[in-house]
Design a protein around this ligand. Structure first.
Ligand SMILES: C[S@@+](CC[C@H](N)C(=O)[O-])C[C@H]1O[C@@H](n2cnc3c(N)ncnc32)[C@H](O)[C@@H]1O
Length: 479
């Protein structure tokens, strides 16, 4: 199942598939008496393999129940990943009785698209496979799930398939009750129960980020840079510190609870990945997307791509402040940073794209609306408000068509909606230099992604879209 994962995880983790007793290469060993027995064995294997960087344990389907129980037995320098498995206390019980005929099991597996065709055609292999499944089911049947009093002391990532028949009745967030702490849920679309293999690249990408954030929540990590660094060490340290201050991983301000994230406590994974609304920090985009912004600006400077830097959707101004900070660090005096925003929050979309209407983001304007004065004050706090910073206050549809921007090297879109994304692309993409970058902060949001794809389709743009952190994406203009 995890063949090829070493390559997919790269240097984020050394991958060791765990073979359970009674199966595969360990087929000669007696099967486990119960889940506790299996968990103790897995914990022993993990202990033997874990290096100085700690351990991470991933279990899929029933394997997640075993992984969770094993994680409770392991030291606290780890990370648990549960995949394709309902929270055990919600009844991930056996699906078949001992007397269920083989054919019924085969039919079920077929119906959920969980049966490799070559296996289905091989009667002998099929009988062996069904036997293994029966053994797994029997193990689960004997397992009593208790939600323990002590929370699990390690980060927990939940991989969830939005098309997984095994979990579809359940709520991934309820893993939080199982483990007694906030969990980081990532939904993978399509591919049924076997999304972990069919969408292995997507899953591995998520895990690379999750593990990197866990390793050092305060480390800012540079991704995707090619070529030499442009900076001297002092400038590099200034920019690294800026990223930590702008996201406030330094003083760890709590998030503002939202409709989709009810957390009230600071969580380093959420903040690093830009998944919360900070109560104080000057940006919500997280460390990885600031790293990406830095990479893009450095490549622009190194390759001498002409033009200014512009963001549509600045909120408290954090990413624009960072762009201005980069120009200062590299002593660039002939480029500007443009900040486009209503400075009163999201537009109320009444007759636009149905997805925008449904999102109703204007309802969050008590959080989203940040005044121009506040943003200017934020720039001033860093000593970065000057002539090289320009503001475009108003709705994008009104300000962008006539914005006095001559040429851009970087266009960062962070307006969340179809309308906001499309307005920015229509009016600003023609000003983007070849060799410049488009960064789409909200590529994970359906309406935003749809606007990007519609625009690219309409204009025959085929430049490769590259993932940043599973949430944002970017491309470099080649023609
Ligand atoms: C998610 S926030 C931006 C986050 C910001 N880039 C950061 O670094 O934290 C979205 C911003 O887009 C602005 N916005 C969205 N659509 C807009 C539109 N059509 N016109 C003007 N402003 C818009 C909102 O006012 C809000 O400040």
């Amino acid at each position: 199942m995890f063949r090829g994962w070493s390559a997919l995880m790269g240097d984020a983790a050394r991958v060791r598939p765990v073979e359970l007793a009674g199966k595969g290469a360990r087929a000669d060993e007696p099967a486990y008496a119960d889940v506790a027995d299996a968990a103790a064995d897995v914990a022993r294997l993990v202990r033997a393999e874990a290096g100085p960087g700690g351990w991470a344990l991933l279990g899929h389907s029933m394997g997640a129940v075993i992984a969770y129980e094993a994680a409770r037995l392991l030291p606290g320098d780890g990370h648990l990943v549960v995949s394709g498995c309902p929270p055990p206390q919600c009844g991930f019980g056996p699906r078949w009785r001992p007397d269920t005929p083989d054919q019924e099991i085969v039919d079920f597996l077929r119906s959920v698209g969980d049966l490799p065709e070559e296996l289905a055609r091989n009667t002998e292999a099929m009988a062996y496979y069904v036997g293994l499944l029966r053994a797994d089911e029997a193990l689960l049947a004997r397992h009593t799930v208790l939600v323990p009093d002590t929370p699990l002391g390690i980060p927990v990532t939940v991989l969830w398939g939005d098309d997984d028949p095994v979990t579809k009745e359940h709520d991934p967030e309820r893993w939080r009750e199982t483990v007694g702490r906030p969990v980081s849920v990532h939904t993978v679309s399509g591919a049924g129960h076997q999304f972990i293999t069919r969408r292995a690249q997507d899953c591995a990408r998520v895990l690379r980020t999750e593990l990197a954030v866990r390793r050092d929540p305060h480390e800012t990590r540079r991704t995707g840079v090619d070529g030499d660094l442009l900076m001297n060490t002092g400038a590099q340290m200034y920019l690294d510190l800026m990223k930590k201050v702008l996201t406030n991983v330094v003083y760890e301000d709590p998030p503002i609870p939202s409709a989709w994230a009810s957390d009230t406590a600071y969580d380093h994974i959420n903040r690093g990945a830009g998944l919360d609304w900070p109560s104080t920090a000057h940006t919500m985009v997280g460390l990885r997307r600031l790293d990406n912004l830095q990479d893009c600006v450095e490549r622009i400077l190194r390759d001498d791509i002409p033009g200014d830097l512009l963001e549509t959707g600045v909120w408290r101004g954090g990413t624009c402040i960072f762009m201005r900070g980069m120009l200062r660090a590299y002593e660039v005096a002939d480029r500007r940073v443009w900040c486009a925003d209503s400075f009163q929050g999201m537009p109320e979309v009444v007759a636009g794209h149905p997805g925008d209407v449904e999102l109703g983001t204007h309802e969050f304007n008590d959080v989203m609306g940040v005044s121009l004065d506040t943003v200017k004050r934020n720039f001033e706090t860093y000593g970065l408000l000057d002539d090289q910073v320009r503001f475009l206050p108003g709705w994008f549809r009104d300000t962008l068509p006539t914005a006095p921007v001559r040429r851009l090297a970087l266009l960062r879109l962070d307006g969340d909606l179809y309308e906001s994304t499309m307005d920015a692309l229509v009016h600003l993409y023609p000003k983007l230099s070849v060799g410049g970058f488009v960064i789409v902060d909200d590529y994970l949001i359906d309406v935003c992604r749809e606007a990007v794809h519609d625009f690219r389709h309409q204009h025959g743009i085929h430049d490769e879209i590259q993932d940043i952190d599973g949430y944002g994406a970017f491309w470099r203009r080649t023609s």
